[in-house]
Design a protein around this ligand. Structure first.
Ligand SMILES: *Cc1c(COP(=O)(O)O)cnc(C)c1O
Length: 429
């Protein structure tokens, strides 16, 4: 597989390098040099394939021969080992539940597939790898679950002290073994700054083979295309299909756009944002201005400057007209999010959570809302936002097994407040 950097089309690497490095040196983002189109026969007969079989068919096309076919098949079956059901709520409205993996968020798809790929590449090179990841909550949990007990890989997770929910903190700190959690006295931005500084620190890069697991890694994006095919296998491809994606860093909708390039018939795609409006304003004004993030109910989407934005645009030929012909963007306030959550409950008896509620509210604003089939993605299990959802809906939410089994686990974390202390800790290990 060949990938180029969005900042320099001549900067070409293979999948191994793109996965282990995460970012090109020129600060661009990696994209496949050519995106294969899947056979019509496959697209029209998706329902003959299981979810992992769909994953394997797509992987084989896009990854090609860089990984031996039998190993690639194993990777797909190991990573995609939980379902993504499409629930029909009314005649034409569906929700695609992507939260049945180990950390109960859709980020499990990306994290598990990346863990399998990295594990394969590390084994081939007989290397040891240290992965650094800064998290505001969900990413760290999915990465920890995906990499736990993978040989020759150590994971160091930095999260901001007091700024993740108690459930999220348990999902970060109760693993042990090769997963190390650092409670950083500071903000998420401080955590990201530590990761950046580490990658530039000669004293550390000479000691460790470092990688990162952030959402701009192409190995997280490829598996996120799989579930769009899985959704559409239950729909009528001869009728219009609109998909609303709860968006923050735009990784998920970038993956949907990749799936479209592979021939998946999505009529309209919606970037559903909370009050963080940088993308929405680009759609309105044709100019993109990064912002500071604003705190909202749908906190996993509190992103002021979405890191996938250049890659998303590139998939629409970096052309404004092409983008707005094929996609829409909306912002939904916290008040509207609450109303949307209530409406889903009252009209369809469906218990949702704030991120999906943003996507549903945006779907209703779409120009294609009355045409064909409507899908909004569910990116997190309502139990991850138990208190918030229970304060809005007259329901009691039970913790599903992956969360309830965390209750009694012992937390294992290191509290740090300065880069010097962090460096000392790294070197002492
Ligand atoms: C990360 C996340 C999002 C945003 O996805 P992007 O790929 O960053 O746009 C939405 N919902 C939930 C629950 C998330 O964890």
């Amino acid at each position: 597989m060949k990938l180029y950097s969005t900042n320099d089309k001549t900067n070409i690497v293979n999948l191994e390098k793109a996965t282990l490095r995460s970012l090109p040196d020129d600060n661009g983002l990696y994209l496949p040099l050519s995106i294969p189109e899947l056979e019509k026969d496959f697209i029209n007969n998706l329902s003959n394939y299981s979810f992992p079989e769909i994953a394997f068919e797509i992987s084989r096309k896009i990854i090609g021969t860089e990984i031996p076919t039998n190993i690639l098949e194993q990777i797909c079956f190991n990573a995609i080992n939980f379902p993504a059901p499409l629930l029909q709520l009314s005649n034409n409205i569906y929700t695609h539940e992507l939260f049945h993996g180990p950390s109960l968020a859709f980020k499990d798809f990306g994290a598990r597939f990346m863990a399998e790929l990295m594990s394969y590449f590390v084994k081939e090179k007989e290397q040891k790898l240290t992965i650094l990841v800064a998290t505001s909550g969900d990413t760290g949990g999915a990465v920890a679950a995906g990499f736990h007990n993978i040989p020759n890989i150590e994971v160091i997770i930095l999260y901001p002290s007091g700024k993740v929910s108690p459930i999220q903190e348990k999902q970060l700190t109760t693993w042990g073994d090769n997963i190390h959690a650092i409670e950083w006295v500071g903000t998420f931005d401080d955590c990201q700054a530590v990761v950046k500084k580490t990658f530039l620190d000669k004293g550390l890069i000479s000691e460790f083979n470092l990688s990162s697991a952030n959402s701009i890694n192409i190995a997280r994006l490829i598996p996120q295309t799989f579930y769009y095919f899985e959704a559409i296998k239950h729909l009528d491809v001869n009728k219009a299909i609109t998909i609303s994606v709860p968006s923050g860093n735009l990784g998920n909708i970038t993956a949907a756009s990749l799936a479209r390039h592979m021939g998946l018939p999505i009529t309209n795609l919606i970037a559903a944002h909370n009050s963080n409006s940088a993308v929405f304003e680009y759609y309105n004004n044709r100019s993109y201005l990064p912002k500071n993030s604003i705190s909202t109910m749908s906190n996993a989407m509190d992103v002021g400057n979405p890191s996938n934005f250049p890659r998303y645009l590139e998939l629409y030929e970096s052309d404004y007209e092409t983008l707005i012909r094929n996609t829409e963007a909306f912002i939904i306030s916290d008040n509207k999010t609450k109303e949307s959550l209530l409406e889903l409950y009252e009209q369809f008896n469906y218990i949702s959570e704030p991120h999906a509620a943003v996507a549903y509210a945006a779907l209703k604003k779409s120009k294609t809302f009355h045409i064909g089939q409507q899908v909004f993605l569910g990116t997190a299990h309502p139990a991850k936002f138990q208190e918030l959802v229970q304060s809005i809906l007259p329901v009691k939410i039970e913790s599903p097994q992956p969360l309830s089994s965390l209750e009694n686990h012992i937390q294992n974390k290191i509290r740090l407040a300065s880069y010097d202390a962090f460096k000392k800790w790294m070197l002492s290990r």
